[in-house]
Ligand binder design. Structure first.
Ligand SMILES: Cc1cc2nc3c(=O)[nH]c(=O)nc-3n(C[C@H](O)[C@H](O)[C@H](O)COP(=O)(O)OP(=O)(O)OC[C@H]3O[C@@H](n4cnc5c(N)ncnc54)[C@H](O)[C@@H]3O)c2cc1C
Length: 400
């Protein structure tokens, strides 16, 4: 393999570049990125960057020494708009083409938007430029902020806006936010965090439309109510960036379909991070985007799926001074029990947080920690060990 092209210059793309060099690839390495920036970290955008506790210099994921060491051609501020059917040519928006022997798809996901034109004051939060614009708008004095969507990005931005002294309402269509991710009992804890943080949570109603022609003035709800607003943040999920692959032969369905080794239908094309549907599951977690590239690059350089990995999904979220950590795979019907610490009468975590275990068929399948980092890490390690042993047993030949 003489040339490898990484499309997507963010967390997963950078980790793929590091892995390529670490695993001995010494050919031409091209990194294509739609954003003009070198890789930066997204989690702080809804947290410390939004509140002003971290400035832009804290976001960088790499530095000049490392980029020199990677010896890559960085084509930034340009979008890939096509991959030929054999996966050998990447076509760029500016008309250039890159001939390549291998491709790492790391194009991530984009914030889902509301349909139609948006008046001023409507924000989504995915990129540094989004965060700069939101921060600037929030700095113009006390605002009435409506956050549409009570998922992680919605909850974190609501929490940051409340910390900055704005009046915040979160609108969530489901009866509770985060039920698909955490199940109802733990989702209720997140709802209590909003209340404790002084944020109004309006649930069980959707958004019928936005008010305002040049600038937003309010949000109409499907239950007939109207919420006044100077600023609206739309946090209704993310869509994997696969449109540019429409003309390729790759299978696309809510992401790029790959096997357990991140390999697509073409052995010289692998996918990693938020855009990749690996072994039937797509995650939008920072840790997956840093772990998948090792496996993907090994297989890319081997020319076939030599190694597979299904690491235990892990994510964290910071809301209202609480750190939520979750590891494992939750499914509807799993039971959940607090095994350390407590949930107080108002439904929010006690002073020293808590640890909860999710069970299915008598075994732990996931753990959740709120403000209990040591106990959580211990429980996560136990779960990882148990999963590893089960995987080995499943792979071992049956005893005679
Ligand atoms: C505000 C925010 C807060 C978050 N907080 C947490 C958290 O607390 N915990 C957690 O676990 N995860 C968190 N995440 C998720 C985490 O940041 C993502 O999982 C991670 O960024 C995924 O990395 P990626 O490289 O796969 O994709 P991305 O970071 O989305 O990067 C993809 C890159 O590809 C570029 N691109 C797209 N299409 C093209 C194209 N056609 N050509 C060239 N370039 C292209 C994009 O512009 C982008 O730069 C957060 C995400 C956001 C947005």
């Amino acid at each position: 393999m003489r040339t490898v092209t990484i499309v997507g210059a963010s967390l997963a793309g950078l980790h793929a570049a590091r892995e390529l060099r670490a695993q001995g690839f010494d050919g031409r390495l091209v990194i294509v990125g739609e954003e003009p920036h070198h890789p930066y970290d997204r989690p702080p955008l809804s947290k410390d960057f939004l509140t002003g506790r971290a400035d832009e210099s804290r976001l960088a994921l790499t530095d000049a020494d490392e980029t020199a060491g990677l010896d890559a051609e960085w084509l930034l501020g340009v979008r890939a708009r096509g991959l030929d059917t054999r996966g050998r040519t990447v076509v760029l928006d500016d008309g250039r083409t890159v001939s390549t022997d291998g491709v790492v798809i790391a194009t991530g996901a984009a914030a889902r938007r509301l349909p139609g034109d948006s008046p001023a004051g409507i924000h989504t939060l995915r990129t540094l430029d989004d965060a700069r614009a939101l921060r600037a708008d929030l700095s113009r004095g006390p605002r009435r902020v409506v956050v549409i969507g009570g998922g992680f990005i919605g909850a974190e931005t609501a929490s940051s806006c409340a910390r900055l002294g704005h009046e915040v309402t979160v609108v969530e269509a489901a009866p509770l936010p985060l039920v698909p991710q955490l199940g109802a009992p733990m989702a209720a804890v997140c709802a209590a965090l909003h209340r404790r943080g002084g944020v109004e949570l309006v649930t069980g109603t959707g958004v019928a439309g936005l008010r305002g022609t040049t600038a937003v003035t309010g949000v109409d709800l499907t239950d007939g109510r109207a919420l006044p607003a100077d600023l609206v943040i739309v946090g209704i999920g993310a869509v994997p960036n696969t449109a540019w692959l429409a003309g390729s032969t790759l299978a696309l369905h809510d992401g790029v379909l790959c096997d357990d080794g991140c390999v697509t239908a073409l052995p010289q094309v692998v996918a990693v991070g938020d855009v990749a549907r690996v072994g039937g599951a797509r995650t939008e977690h920072w840790t997956s985007a840093t772990e998948q590239p090792r496996v993907a690059v090994t297989n890319l350089l081997a020319g076939h799926t030599r190694t597979t990995a299904r690491p235990l999904p892990y994510f964290w979220s910071d809301q209202y001074d609480s750190r939520i950590q979750f590891a494992g795979r939750y499914r509807e019907g799993d039971t959940v029990q607090v095994t350390e610490g407590e949930i107080t009468d108002d439904g929010a975590p006690g002073e020293s947080g808590f640890l909860a275990r999710y069970e299915r068929d008598g075994r732990t399948v996931a753990v959740l920690g709120v403000d209990r980092p040591r106990a959580f890490m211990r429980a996560r390690r136990e779960l990882q060990r148990a999963e590893g042993e089960r995987g080995e047993r499943a792979a071992a030949p049956a005893a005679l």
